[in-house]
Design a binder for this molecule. Structure first.
Ligand code: CAA
Length: 389
């Protein structure tokens, strides 16, 4: 029996900032952001969206009534959690109208956690093939204004339905994981923005990729020639390119060209959104599947997941016939329809998040076109609204 990703759907913000404009505002050359970092646009997440609403907005459009009836496991992976105790998954389950007999849990290990969710969900469905699991990676990447990490911000959520006989990607049972204590990126409990040793984190990322990718080749007697495409966690798209280049010497010149061409497709949508931490790898997968005309059913796709702190995993799946049926086909158009905000508007939105304060607060949500919005806080409780209800 095959088990894997049956559907993928993405949600982000209706707003973005242009990276050339941000570069000029920060006295940087535009090509540093466009080529050196590899980002052309960055999602600007308004205060009416948080990890919960992004997750619900990502999942709701793809779920049928039959899916909702079959889901008995909801995993929300995030490092942008809204509560130190209660799982974001409980709020998301309510907004989505999931069955009350559903196991709901929030997972955390930086940008890696959604992959733990996918692999746990795979095992769950292997034991219960009549059930489905919903895994959502949802985050808002925040380093702070005028920081070196600023051009690598962004945000959004990727929802994935894991089922038996999946439409999109049948996962293999093989994977190689690496987990070690590394202080490359972290967010102390009192911080709303991440602390990061940027250059160190980029080096650790490459070390982890080399370790798990080569470990996978050795463990499974696979060669790089077996892969149609490699997809990466993309904190900024140049990061994945550097990782890919680090293993290209294992391939022939023809294979190198092919892998680079597939990678260009796999980063095309991430270039327009920025980092979304847990969902980033899976936006790259969706980007590949939506924009690469050279893929064929049966192709082996390799996925590299990385979360600072640090944990990495390399795993694989085979593309399924008719995989397009499970994809978020409207995503490129939705990204094209976003509204461009100026740098001052982006800065004001960055500062306008719900305050870490017990006082009641109201958030202006009226311009937010998404179905689920955060409207504020009353009696120290976040207030969520379904605008379609
Ligand atoms: N034209 C073209 N390229 C240019 C250029 C120009 N005019 N000017 C500069 N560049 C290039 C540089 O040569 C450099 O390229 P290489 O990395 O290939 O050498 C690139 O632009 C970036 O320049 P700098 O290294 O000078 O940039 P920086 O010091 O301002 O910071 C950064 C870059 C370290 C990525 C920083 O944005 C950062 O700290 N980001 C957050 C950390 C991060 O994303 N780490 C990734 C691994 S950790 C992870 O993956 C988990 C996660 O999601 C956070």
């Amino acid at each position: 029996m095959k088990v894997g990703i049956d559907k993928l759907h993405f949600a982000s913000s209706q707003l973005y900032v242009d990276m050339s404009e941000l570069a000029l505002a920060r006295q940087a050359e535009p090509d540093k952001y466009l080529i050196g970092i590899g980002q052309s646009q960055m999602a600007v997440v308004p205060p009416s969206q948080d990890a919960v609403t992004l997750a619900a907005n990502a999942a709701a459009p793809m779920l049928t009534e039959a899916d909702i009836a079959a889901i008995d496991l909801l995993i929300v992976a995030t490092e942008s959690g809204v509560d130190n105790s209660k799982a974001a998954a409980i709020y998301v389950a309510k907004l989505l109208g999931l069955n009350r007999r559903v196991r709901t849990i929030e997972l955390k290990e930086a940008c890696y956690a959604a992959t733990a969710g996918v692999k746990l969900a795979q095992s769950h469905v292997q034991v219960h093939p009549d059930k489905k699991a919903l895994v959502i990676g949802t985050d808002i990447a925040r380093y702070g204004l005028h920081t070196p990490g600023e051009p690598t911000q962004g945000g959004g959520a990727m929802a994935m339905l894991i089922s038996a006989e999946p439409q999109v990607l049948a996962l293999t049972d093989d994977s190689v994981v690496l987990s070690q204590d590394v202080m490359d990126f972290w967010r102390p409990i009192y911080q709303t923005t991440a602390l990061v040793d940027g250059k160190y984190s980029s080096n650790i990322y490459i070390d982890y990729f080399q370790d798990v990718f080569k470990g996978y080749l050795a463990q499974t007697s696979t060669t790089i020639a077996n892969f149609k495409a490699l997809v990466f966690h993309l904190p900024y798209t140049k990061m994945g390119l550097k990782a890919l280049r680090s293993v290209l010497p294992l391939a022939t010149p023809t294979q190198q060209q092919a892998l680079l061409a597939h990678f260009d497709c796999a980063r095309s949508l991430n270039r327009k959104v920025g980092n979304l931490y847990t969902g980033s790898l899976y936006l790259s997968l969706l980007s590949l599947l939506l924009t690469d005309a050279k893929l064929q059913p049966g192709d082996l796709i390799g996925l590299f997941s990385y979360g600072s702190g640090a944990e990495g995993e390399f795993y694989t799946g085979h593309l399924q016939p008719g995989y397009q049926r499970g994809l978020d086909l409207g995503l490129p158009q939705r990204l094209a329809n976003r509204r461009r905000v100026s740098v001052p508007e982006y800065e004001a939105l960055f500062e306008a998040q719900l305050k870490l304060d017990p006082a009641d607060q109201a958030i202006a949500f009226q311009d937010d076109p998404h179905r689920f919005v955060l409207t504020g806080q009353i009696n120290e409780q976040r207030q969520y609204l379904d605008q379609w209800a």
